[in-house]
Ligand binder design. Structure first.
Ligand code: PEP
Ligand code: MN
Length: 338
C-alpha cells in the first residue's frame, strides 16, 4: 500500500503514518522525494486492510494499492529514476557505465594486463570472478580469497573500482570488504538469504536476471535488497532460456524499456553471457545502448584461447578497445555518453 503525503506534510504527520503501520505490525519504507514523501506500507496482509486506515490521517494526500508483486522496485513507490553512486561513478545517469574484465580472475599477470586495457579504453569498473558459480563441480571454481586479493591489487594499481560475484550468503562480509559492487549471478537471483544479507550490508549490488525468470520475478527479487534499506541496486539483463540455440541465451532486449517503464532502478546489460560468442558481443552491446541500457558488463581476456572460463565469449583487448570507440556515436544518438 502506498501512502502519498501532501506537499509540505510535517514530520509529525509522516511519523503518525509510520506509527500507525507499526502498531498494525506492518513494515514501512520511506521515499523522501524532493516534493512529496511516499510511505510504503508492507506486509503480507495489507490486502485486507481498508485504505481508510491511513487515508484519514492528517497530511495524507492519497492511499493506493500496488497491484504488482514488487513494491519498492516499482515506479509507484518511487517515480523518479534511482542513481547508484560508486566512487563518484553514477549508474543510471547520462553516462553509459562500462564494467569489463575476465570472467574469472586466473592469475596476477592475466588480471593486471586486462585491468590496464579496460582502464585505458575508458571502462569505469573492472569485473572479475573470484567465486565462480559453475554448472559442474569439476570445473574451475575460482581463486576465491586469493582472487579477491588480486582484484584489490588491480584496483590500487590502476585506480579502477571492482565488481565481483558473491555466491554464498556467509561470504557477503568477506567479499564486500574487497568489492565496490557485489554481483549476484543469474543462478542466485532467487537466493533470498543471499539477497537479504546483501541488503543488510547496504553496499552497491548488481542483480542479474535469472535465466528462467520473468521481469516481474526479477523486480520482486530486487525488493529483497530494497526491503533491508539497500537502495544501491542495479539490475542486469543477461539473456534468458528459450528454444533458440544459436546464442547461449536469448537476450531479452525488450526487458530494458519494460524495466524502465515499471521500475526506477538502473538497468545494465551483459552481452557476453547472452551471446556466448565473442563475434556477437559488439552488435548486441550497441543495440542495448540504443535501447536505453544504463551500462554494460563485458568479458575481456588478454588471451581468450587460454581462458579457464568463458574464453569463447570474451573479447580480446583490441576488440574491446574498438567496441568502446564504436559505442560513442550510439550513446550520443540517444542523448548519452560513454
Ligand atoms: C558471470 O558474470 O561470469 C556469470 C557467471 O554470469 P551469469 O550469472 O549471468 O551466468
Ligand atoms: Mn562468465
Amino acid at each position: 500500500m502506498i501512502v502519498l503525503m501532501r506537499t509540505g506534510a510535517t514530520q509529525t504527520e509522516v511519523d503518525d503514518v509510520v506509527q500507525r503501520a507499526k502498531s498494525l505490525e506492518l513494515g514501512v519504507q520511506l521515499n523522501l522525494g524532493t516534493d512529496k514523501t511516499v510511505v510504503a506500507i508492507l506486509g503480507s496482509n495489507t490486502g485486507q486492510l481498508p485504505t481508510e486506515t491511513f487515508a484519514v490521517l492528517p497530511g495524507v494526500e492519497s492511499v493506493t494499492r500496488i497491484m504488482k508483486p514488487y513494491k519498492l522496485a516499482s515506479r509507484e513507490f518511487k517515480a523518479e529514476d534511482s542513481l547508484v553512486s560508486v566512487n563518484g561513478i553514477e549508474i543510471g545517469g547520462k553516462r553509459i557505465v562500462v564494467m569489463a574484465g575476465p570472467c574469472a580472475v586466473e592469475s596476477e599477470e592475466q588480471l593486471m594486463e586486462v585491468a590496464r586495457v579496460v582502464k585505458e579504453s575508458g571502462a569505469s569498473l573492472l569485473r572479475g570472478g573470484a567465486f565462480k558459480p559453475r554448472t559442474s563441480p569439476f570445473s574451475f571454481q575460482g581463486l576465491e580469497k586469493d582472487g579477491l586479493e588480486l582484484l584489490a591489487r588491480a584496483r590500487e594499481q590502476f585506480g579502477i573500482p571492482i565488481i565481483t560475484e558473491v555466491i554464498d550468503p556467509h561470504d557477503v562480509d568477506l567479499v564486500s570488504k574487497y568489492a565496490d559492487i557485489l554481483q549476484v549471478g543469474a543462478r542466485n537471483m532467487q537466493n533470498f538469504t543471499l539477497l537479504t544479507n546483501i541488503g543488510r550490508r547496504k553496499c552497491p549490488v548488481v542483480l542479474k536476471r535469472g535465466f528462467s525468470c520473468t521481469v516481474t520475478e526479477w523486480l520482486t527479487a530486487a525488493d529483497y535488497l530494497l526491503a533491508e534499506g539497500n537502495n544501491q541496486v542495479i539490475l542486469c539483463e543477461r539473456g534468458i532460456r528459450t528454444f533458440e540455440d544459436s546464442t547461449r541465451f536469448s537476450l531479452d532486449i525488450a526487458s530494458i524499456p519494460v524495466v524502465k517503464k515499471f521500475s526506477h532502478l538502473p538497468v545494465i546489460v551483459d552481452p557476453s553471457h547472452a551471446a556466448g560468442h565473442y563475434s556477437l558481443v559488439p552488435a548486441i552491446a550497441k543495440a542495448v545502448v540504443a535501447a536505453g541500457a544504463d551500462g554494460l558488463l563485458i568479458e575481456v581476456h588478454p588471451n581468450p584461447k587460454e581462458a579457464l572460463v568463458d574464453g569463447l565469449q570474451s573479447l580480446t583487448p583490441s576488440d574491446f578497445t574498438r567496441l568502446m570507440k564504436e559505442l560513442e556515436p550510439i550513446a550520443k544518438s540517444v542523448g548519452r555518453y560513454i
